[in-house]
Design a protein around this ligand. Structure first.
Ligand code: PFF
Length: 452
């Protein structure tokens, strides 16, 4: 995406595909393929899935619309959007989004670094092992090491930096327009393969058959956090991207398409992983390491596994980059527009902070594994804090702000795309933003701390 045109003015996305490709590029990433399966596996499978889908519909899509309205309506970063729309202190929520974006990029880059290592191992044929125990051991050995994971984290962040600094985001996004459909196709092939495994039915039942007794406060909180994380919501990422939407972009349609495609990819990942978990005798509750043990085993069972896995890990690196680019933009655009810092310097500051915190996250599987915050390792704490707490709070504030505080005519003009269209669902959106989303998020929070 072009952040500025030659006159230093904000450039706009000119095509529909540009809008969808960048928002989907941000939404689809490790959150769908790494985080969704492990969260679903650790939180009761079907029970988690049901809550997750529900949250996408009743909270995710409305909050996504709210962020789009703020971004396109003000043509600003998240902090500037709050300031332009209200004289109150709402912009403090913008700061929270910036903190969340840095927290996320730190642990996200560690996982992206693991993917880089697995890409290299795959190309060099080192991922061919005989048993699931071996895959488990190999990953454990690698991730608890003190050098490799840190180096890969730094390499990945350096790559992200180079793309941002050389202004080649447009190139990357154009490339991902072609390659992401390929990733999707690959996922469909893996799905078909997983469905043919001998204990596939058990895996599918685990994922799609909700056991209502498993819907605990923790499951609700995790499913809500996953919905926010996966849609890149609650921290101003979608606000920043929407600030580049053109005047005639249909916001409602863009929100539904983005959420639909993102959810589809997560479900595909689940259908790939769980039949294999049961067929290969693994545990769905392995946590963040789950897909690094299951996926190589799946690839190994496929004819021409090396080619499949190399292609898959390569495409996943690209999908991760389009997501980290979008998280970086939140603080970079903030520094450029609000603090009047040069884009180059802002990008440098963003990367330097991410490199320091990212190294700590990487080491929290190794030497720093006994350094805990509220009983969690640094990596887990960053993940939990951002996904389960900061993003839902950010989303709740955005919903209340657009639903109650922002000028009604402004919201309506944005949502009906400046009267070019009149979405019949506008009153429903307002109802969701005013009541369903804030009350829903508050209930899940109160429930998780044991108040209700
Ligand atoms: N939605 C991305 C994923 O699922 O991988 C992660 C993400 C991107 C979160 C951008 C937050 C963000 F601002």
């Amino acid at each position: 995406m072009n952040k500025n045109n030659n006159n230093g003015q904000r450039a706009l996305f000119t095509t529909k595909i540009g809008v969808i490709a960048t928002t989907v590029g941000s939404a689809v990433g490790l959150g769908n393929i790494w985080r969704f399966p492990y969260e679903a596996g650790s939180n009761g499978g079907g029970a988690f899935m049901l809550c997750y889908i529900l949250f996408i519909f009743i909270i995710g899509i409305p909050v996504l619309c709210a962020e789009f309205i703020m971004g396109r309506g003000t043509r600003s970063n998240i902090f500037g959007a709050y300031r332009k729309l209200s004289a109150g202190k709402w912009y403090i929520a913008g700061f929270m989004g910036i903190v969340a974006s840095i927290t996320i990029i730190s642990f996200y880059s560690v996982v992206a670094g693991w993917i880089c290592e697995y890409f290299v191992r795959s190309v060099s044929g080192e991922l061919n092992m005989a048993t699931s125990v071996e895959y488990h051991k190999a990953f454990e050995e690698f991730s608890t090491g003190n050098w490799h994971p840190v180096i890969w984290t730094l390499v990945f962040l350096a790559l992200n930096f180079l793309i941002l600094i050389r202004g080649v985001t447009k190139g990357i996004e154009r490339m991902s327009n072609i390659l992401m459909p390929l990733l999707f196709l690959l996922l469909v092939v893996f799905c078909i393969n997983s469905l043919s495994l001998d204990r596939a039915a058990e895996g599918l039942a685990f994922l799609f058959h909700p056991d209502f007794s498993k819907i605990t406060p923790q499951v609700l909180l995790s499913a809500m956090g996953q919905a926010f994380f996966s849609l890149s919501l609650g921290l101003g990422c979608m606000t920043t991207y929407a600030s580049y939407f053109s005047r005639d972009t249909r916001l409602g349609r863009a929100a539904v398409t983005t959420a639909g495609l993102d959810t589809l990819v997560a479900i595909l990942a689940g259908v790939i992983v769980f039949p294999a978990v049961f067929s290969f005798g693994m545990s769905p509750q392995a946590g963040p390491t789950l897909v690094f043990e299951v996926l190589p085993a799946i690839f190994h069972s496929l004819p021409g596994g090396v080619v499949w896995s190399s292609l898959f890990f390569f495409l996943l690196i690209l999908a991760s980059l389009t997501s980290t680019i979008s998280m970086s933009e939140i603080s970079i655009v903030f520094m450029v527009e609000e603090l009047k810092i040069k884009r180059r310097t802002a990008t440098f500051v963003n990367t330097a902070i991410a490199m320091i915190l990212g190294s700590l996250c990487a080491l929290s599987f190794g030497v720093l594994d006994n350094m805990t915050i509220f009983g969690m390792t640094i990596f887990n704490f960053f993940d939990y804090l951002s996904s389960n707490i900061l993003l839902p709070i950010g989303g709740m504030i955005a919903a209340i702000f657009v639903g109650w505080v922002a000028d009604k005519r402004f919201v309506k003009a944005q949502m009906t795309d400046n009267a070019d269209s009149t979405p019949r669902l506008f009153p429903l959106l307002v109802f969701c933003l005013r009541f369903i989303a804030p009350v829903g998020i508050a209930l899940v929070f109160l429930n998780s701390i044991g108040i209700i």
